[in-house]
Design a protein around this ligand. Structure first.
Ligand code: GLP
Length: 247
């Protein structure tokens, strides 16, 4: 695991973009794993400025809420379409997210797993939840999990409620890539910004590899880079062998 700490979130996004650009310069039809939430929004703005590089990629997203269709403004389908896909002119058939509606949940999970086995990520962008979750893999999710349905924890529902009109509107379940689907990516870029992520970031990097902190498994990935702003990195010890501070 490599860790880089930058002065601010704009520099974090810039570095994530440089790393993604390198992947697609080497392979214009790369499979890119994408994430939702507030953290990647800066990165998506920068990708739009470099849209010619991203027209031919295939994308796979981490997760989707159960019960929200793609036209629902709170769905991750809608988020990806409005924040990235429609601006870069990518063919819709090459963009994939788990479906939160349209069949039995078991079948929707199976379908997405099949899709992932045919589209292994060259790079996966990841955020981290304040409780250490990755995608919607909440604490104690088995490390060998594949795409599955999750009951969201009260803390995740509370964190994500800021994007909804009312907390009662936040779905209580989601379909998420499992931890082993994430670990299968050839490379992983974790981005985290802000003080609210500092403890989860500390546990991910310095804690024991333990299912209590799903992100801690990333210590075992052979090509994982963590990009942080100073707030998100504020609990890390001053000297860590794998940490590069970039002011
Ligand atoms: C959600 C998503 C995660 C994301 C996390 C953090 O729960 N399922 O993939 O990493 O939120 O989001 P934010 O970047 O808004 O803090």
């Amino acid at each position: 695991m490599k860790v880089q700490i930058f002065a601010n979130d704009q520099q974090v996004a810039q570095q994530a973009l440089s790393m993604l650009n390198e992947v697609v310069e080497n392979n214009p039809t790369a499979v890119i794993g994408l994430a939702t939430g507030s953290t990647p929004l800066q990165l998506y703005k920068l990708m739009i400025e470099h849209k010619d590089k991203y027209r031919q990629v295939t994308t796979v997203n981490l997760d989707e809420y159960v019960g929200l269709g793609e036209d629902d403004v709170n769905s991750y389908h809608y988020y990806m379409h409005s924040n990235l896909f429609r601006h870069i002119g990518i063919d819709k058939d090459k963009t994939h997210l788990p479906q939160g509606v349209g069949g039995s949940l078991a079948k929707l999970c199976q379908d997405y797993n099949r899709l992932l086995s045919n589209n292994r990520q060259d790079v996966q962008i990841l955020g981290i939840g304040s409780n250490g979750h990755i995608a919607f893999n909440e604490p104690y999710t088995p490390f060998d999990s594949v795409t599955h349905v999750v009951d969201l924890t009260p803390s995740t529902i509370a964190d994500n409620s800021r994007l909804f009109d009312r907390i009662e509107d936040v779905p209580t379940q989601a379909i998420t890539m499992g931890i082993s689907n994430i670990m299968a990516s050839k490379s992983i870029i974790v981005i985290a910004t802000g003080k609210a992520k500092a403890q989860a970031v500390y546990d991910m990097i310095c804690g024991q590899v333990d299912e209590r902190c799903p992100a801690s498994i990333l210590q075992r990935h052979n090509n994982c880079t963590v990009l942080l702003d100073q707030d998100a990195g504020s609990l890390l010890p001053a000297h860590l062998d794998n940490v590069k501070y970039i002011a």
